[in-house]
Design a binder for this molecule. Structure first.
Ligand SMILES: NC(=O)c1ccc[n+]([C@@H]2O[C@H](COP(=O)([O-])OP(=O)(O)OC[C@H]3O[C@@H](n4cnc5c(N)ncnc54)[C@H](O)[C@@H]3O)[C@@H](O)[C@H]2O)c1
Length: 373
């Protein structure tokens, strides 16, 4: 029997339908599965230096078994690779090696590789196919699904990009065995977010099974990943390009989080920044009279129980954070707009009956001051 016997979740967006294969097979089997499915394509594997170290042998083995040569592009690991400059280098390498429109790119890595390779696939020869093989917890539950691709600029994160859906997502939690513990933890920022914005039942499960989940027990972790993915799948299925408003709910914690990430010059990881951002935006929800203080306290406690931060680094002044939030692409000319909660597991709708609620600068200043204690 081939890999991923457990079956797949189907994503159906306006532009494309594709499967998320979800399981716990070893890396070599994952690669074999992809080579079987895309037997006639010219394939380039694009990954980062950490993953190449851990999985090069498995890749070589799978390609050799299939009687194929392996073309591997290795990028320096880390957010600093998610740039227009690195994208250009990938494009030049593909052009030099004569990759045509029928090719397939494999994005093997975390969110950085996924976003970068996805964006490259979106524009290379006006668009080629790619598959996501997410290897970080964050990429598994969030960035590998939904088709948002892009790069960072000195003006902010993800400011240049495209919506471009993969052909498939091959997700095996076996990759988590080599993921550094701090990277594993930051993935829970996004998982907890799904509970906070949309799923009281996921939130309860995360509270009840915390030890087994944090211990990486597949019986506890796989259902949590599946439930997170099902939420993301449903949201992007209804609102692929964030035009109907629903996809905006996924932004909870991200406007404040992205500002912190930018000011840390990307030294603080995305998941940690989103965790602090969620603590702040939950507090803003309370200060706006939408959320009960007890719900905010539960959110902060849940984040802490997963080892995630809820305080803003002291060195970051409010004026700089505010200006970074204004430059976030989700803010408008009329100030900062946030996704806020009106109860645990539910997002509030604002005056325009959408999930982008204008927040006065004074309330933001108070919430940031409160998060410094
Ligand atoms: N497209 C989207 O919808 C979306 C959603 C959320 C986040 N993102 C983006 O995702 C990025 C963050 O993703 P990330 O946290 O995965 O970052 P990352 O890709 O930099 O991975 C984090 C670190 O873990 C290492 N790593 C990953 N998997 C590994 C494994 N199995 N074994 C050993 N090392 C491994 C990487 O080499 C890197 O050093 C950000 O750029 C963020 O903007 C995109």
């Amino acid at each position: 029997m081939g890999p991923f016997r457990r079956g797949a979740l189907q994503v159906r967006t306006a532009s494309k339908a594709y499967p998320i294969h979800l399981g716990e097979e070893p890396a070599a089997d994952v690669f074999r599965g992809i080579l079987e499915r895309f037997a006639n394509r010219k394939i380039a594997v694009i990954t980062d230096s950490h993953l190449a170290g851990a999985y090069q042998d498995a890749l070589h083995g799978a390609f050799a078994d299939a009687g194929r040569e392996m073309d591997l592009l290795i990028l320096p690991a880390g957010e600093r690779s998610k740039t227009r400059g690195v994208k250009e280098k990938i494009e030049d390498a593909l052009l030099e090696r004569k990759y045509d429109r029928g090719c397939l790119l494999i994005a093997l890595g975390g969110g950085v590789v996924g976003d970068l390779v996805g964006f490259t696939a979106a524009t290379y020869l006006r668009g080629v196919s790619f598959v996501q093989v997410p290897t970080s917890l964050l990429a598994m539950v969030d960035s590998s699904v939904g088709g948002k691709t892009g790069v960072d600029t000195p003006f902010g994160k993800n400011l240049v990009g495209a919506f471009w859906q993969p052909e498939a997502v091959y997700l095996s939690i076996d990759f988590l065995k080599t993921l550094p513990p701090a990277e594993f933890l930051q993935g829970f920022g996004e998982i907890l977010k799904y509970g906070f914005i949309m799923s009281p039942s996921l939130d309860r499960r995360l509270a009840k099974d915390r030890e087994a989940i944090l211990g990486g027990d597949p019986a506890a972790l796989l259902p949590v990943i599946r439930e997170s993915l099902a939420i993301k799948r449903d949201v992007v299925g209804k609102d692929e390009r964030e035009t109907g408003g629903l996809r905006r709910t996924l932004n909870f914690g991200h406007t404040a989080g992205h500002a912190i990430e930018l000011l840390s010059r990307y030294r603080l990881s995305h998941g940690l920044c989103v965790s602090i951002g969620m603590a702040i935006e939950a507090d803003v929800s309370v200060r706006m009279g939408l959320l009960a203080p007890a719900a905010r306290d539960t959110i902060k406690e849940r984040l802490r129980s997963y080892g995630l931060p809820v305080s803003v680094p002291r060195a970051m002044g409010f004026p700089a954070l505010y200006s970074a939030m204004l430059s976030d692409k989700k803010s408008g000319a009329d100030g900062v707009k946030l996704t806020l909660l009106d109860r645990l597991g539910h997002c509030a709708k604002g005056p325009a009956k959408d999930y982008a609620i204008p927040v006065p600068q004074k309330i933001l200043a108070e919430a940031f001051a409160g998060a410094r204690k």
